[in-house]
Every structure is written in structure tokens, then in C-alpha cells.
Design a protein around this ligand. Structure first.
Ligand code: FAD
Length: 383
């Protein structure tokens, strides 16, 4: 067993860290969130570094990046801006990956090179008002009509739907079949008649809007079906382990950002005649943050390694998701305490982490559902 990080992985982290420190400073990220304005220039520049092609192969402009590289990239994006993470991850690591694995040659040739160069973004339309954790209740219906599908229903929390070029929509194509046989995925292009997108006000990452999507007699050609008819749930299950690992990496990256910020502050801030890092209560908070970041990274990378090897990693991915997201929340909370009153001030950036981190405990499968899955796996195979 070798825990040494490779030179390539280290270089990737350094490149991304320097890029985001230059291109996404705290005040710029805060401004875009305050104005609720998507930063498409930053997105395209990030794509220029190869970020958007990490989910698929070179033949479509991607990079066949290994899972540890993707985790490092996710950490660095989450450290820089949740809004960027909310636009990038569904596009590159879920929807584009889904097209690469399950889509037709035409879909791959048409869409993936544009995802890789940052000109196309895709929103993930899974959640519905009555179907959050319980996806068996998805009710958005698609009916075949000649060469088209006609879609009626509603999605909620579809992040980036208002600016995305496609919605990767999970729809029910057979109302009588079980969820494992009755769901399919259809690509709904931007501007399709009958689609109404309504951004919702939210707590964090506001520069990428999270939206309600109303679908009324929306007609898309049959060529927009991704994967086999009725096999949408295999797409969910085929991509979810990776998604959960990446949410763990988001929590890790945010925790690292909070730790770096708190450490710098604790070295500089003097109270009672010495830097506050020399007060044991503060030093212990920093030590706890460091342990949280370290354990999250290890558990996330272990799951990523298993995924890379093609091994069953459902339990490890769920653990990575829970541990990484909760570690991120603990780190942001301790960071707030260490910065004292200044933590409340937008220009310091800690309050942004504090607001952003909660989502990672909820999205991608709530941490309660993840614990259910861990317990189920434990029952089957122990640890
Ligand atoms: C900012 C934001 C962005 C999002 N982006 C997207 C997106 O781009 N695309 C998309 O499809 N979705 C997105 N989501 C939706 C997200 O994935 C869901 O919020 C999540 O799956 C939980 O569903 P829910 O909110 O309906 O909660 P519910 O499923 O209603 O759960 C409510 C509570 O009950 C608990 N609970 C439910 N069932 C069980 C159970 N069996 N055992 C134990 N506890 C249970 C949950 O853990 C939770 O605490 C986003 C959400 C947010 C907030």
C-alpha cells in the first residue's frame, strides 16, 4: 500500500489552486452570488484547463481522467465556488458521463465535444415535487407519439436549468412498470416549446440558479432518448456511486478551504498578547478541522480507487458522501468560530462556506438515505 500522491495529481492540484486563486477570488465569487449572475466566462476558462472533459474519453474531446484526478478537481472547484461546482458537476460528471456510457454515437458526437470545451451545459432533471429521496414516485410522463416523445410533468431543484443547453430529464415511459423498468432519460434542448423554467431563491451558490421546470406537451424527437427505453434506473444506478464520491470530495475541498482560511487568520490575529493559534481552544479546533479533512480525503479516495478498479463501492461511496459532507459542515462551523465576528463579514469568505456546505448533506441522496444504504450493505457483507 502506497499513500504517496503522484506528481501528476499534485501538479493538477497546484494548477487548479493557482487558477482559482487568480480567477475566482473571494470578493468576485461573492459578487456573482449576490447578483445571482452565472459566471460563464469563469466556466469557459475552467473548461480550457480540461475540467469539463474529465468525465469522458479523448475521442470526444475529454481526457479519460482517473477517479483520483476527478476528486482532486472537485475539491478545488468546491473550495473556489459552490456555484461553479453546481454547474460543472451535473454537466460533466453526471449527464455527460451518462451520455458517454449510455448514449448513441450521434449524441456523443454532437454533445460531448461541446461539453468539453465549455460551450454546452446540461442540467440534471431527476427530483420532482413528490419524488425526492423516493424516486419510485417520479411521475413526469413521456408518451411516444410518432417519431417523438411528448412530455408532461414537473421537475424541481433542477440546478442550472435556466442557462443549460439541455435538461437530462428522467421521465416515466411506462406507468404500469416498476420504477426499475418504467423510467427513461430524454434530453430536452433549451428553448423547446412547452418548457417553463422558474428559478428558486436559495441559501448559497446563487450564481447558478436552482429551478422549477414545468413541462407541458413538450415534444422531443425519439433520437433524444438516452440509453434503452425503460432503463433509466440503470443510468441512475450506473452513475450514482461516482456522484456520491464527488459529493464527498466537495465536502473535503470546502473543509480544506475553511481550514486554510482559519489557519491563516489564527496565525495573524493577536488577542491577549499572542496569536490566537497559541490559545489551546483555538488550536484544538484547527486540529479537529485537519483531522476531518484528512479522513474525508482518505475515505473519498479509497472509494474512488475502488470505483476505478470496477469493484463494488456502493458502501464506500455512501460513506465518503456522508463523511465528506459532514466534515465540510463541521469545518465551516469551526472556521466561523475561529474568525469570530469577522466570520460574519462577506469579504472574509467563511460565511459562504458555512452556507454552502449544508447542501452536500442533502443532495445526491440525503445523509439519512446514505446511512440506510451503508447499513444495508453492512447487513450483506459486513465491513
Ligand atoms: C440547492 C439544491 C440543488 C439541487 N440540485 C438538484 C439537481 O440539479 N437535480 C436534481 O434532480 N435534484 C437536485 N436537488 C434535489 C436533491 O437531490 C433533493 O433535495 C434530495 O434528493 C432530497 O429530496 P427532498 O428534498 O425531496 O427531501 P425528502 O426526500 O422529502 O426528505 C426529507 C427528509 O426526510 C428524510 N427521509 C426521507 N426518506 C427517508 C428514509 N427512507 N429514511 C430516512 N430518512 C428519510 C430525508 O433524509 C430528509 O431529511 C437539489 C437540491 C438542492 C437543495
Amino acid at each position: 500500500m502506497d499513500f504517496t500522491i503522484s506528481a501528476e495529481h499534485q501538479q493538477l492540484r497546484t494548477t487548479l489552486r493557482e487558477f482559482f486563486e487568480a480567477e475566482a477570488p473571494i470578493d468576485e465569487v461573492a459578487r456573482f452570488d449576490r447578483d445571482e449572475e452565472f459566471n460563464s466566462e469563469l466556466y469557459r476558462k475552467a473548461a480550457g484547463l480540461g475540467l469539463c472533459g474529465m468525465g469522458f474519453g479523448e475521442e470526444y474531446g475529454g481526457s479519460d481522467a482517473d477517479q483520483i484526478s476527478i476528486c482532486i478537481a472537485v475539491e478545488e472547484v468546491a473550495r473556489a465556488s459552490a456555484a461553479l461546482a453546481y454547474a460543472w458537476l451535473p454537466t460533466a460528471t453526471f449527464c455527460a458521463k451518462g451520455i458517454a456510457r449510455f448514449g448513441t454515437d450521434e449524441q456523443k458526437k454532437e454533445i460531448l465535444p461541446k461539453v468539453a470545451d465549455g460551450t454546452v451545459r446540461i442540467a440534471m432533471g431527476l427530483s420532482e415535487p413528490e419524488a425526492g429521496s423516493d424516486l419510485t414516485h417520479l411521475s413526469t410522463r413521456a408518451v411516444r407519439d410518432g417519431d417523438d416523445f411528448v412530455i408532461n410533468g414537473q421537475k424541481v431543484f433542477t440546478t442550472g436549468a435556466d442557462t443549460a443547453d439541455y435538461i437530462f430529464a428522467f421521465v416515466r415511459t411506462d406507468p404500469d412498470a416498476s420504477a426499475s423498468k418504467g423510467l427513461s432519460v430524454l434530453l430536452i434542448p433549451k428553448g423547446t416549446e412547452g418548457v417553463t423554467v422558474q428559478p428558486l431563491r436559495k441559501l448559497a451558490g446563487q450564481a447558478t440558479h436552482t429551478c422549477e421546470v414545468f413541462l407541458h406537451d413538450v415534444r422531443v424527437p425519439k433520437e433524444n432518448l438516452v440509453g434503452e427505453l425503460g432503463r433509466g434506473s440503470s443510468i441512475i444506478f450506473g452513475l450514482m456511486d461516482a456522484e456520491r464520491i464527488y459529493v464527498g470530495a466537495e465536502g473535503t475541498g470546502l473543509g480544506q478551504g475553511a481550514l486554510d482560511m482559519a489557519l491563516k487568520y489564527a496565525r495573524e490575529r493577536v488577542q491577549f498578547g499572542k496569536p490566537i493559534i497559541e490559545h489551546q481552544a483555538v488550536a484544538h479546533m484547527l486540529a479537529d478541522m485537519a483531522m476531518d479533512v484528512q479522513t474525508s480525503r482518505l475515505i473519498t479516495w479509497q472509494a474512488a480507487w475502488k470505483l476505478e478498479q470496477g469493484l463494488d463501492c456502493t458502501m464506500e461511496a455512501s460513506m465518503a458522501k456522508v463523511h465528506g459532507s459532514e466534515a465540510g459542515t463541521r469545518c465551516a462551523g469551526r472556521g466561523m468560530q475561529i474568525l469570530g465576528g469577522y466570520s460574519y463579514m462577506v469579504e472574509y469568505g467563511m460565511e459562504r462556506y458555512w452556507r454552502e456546505t449544508k447542501l452536500y448533506e442533502i443532495a445526491g441522496g440525503t445523509n439519512q438515505i446514505m446511512r440506510n444504504m451503508i447499513a444495508k450493505q453492512l447487513g450483506r457483507r459486513g465491513l
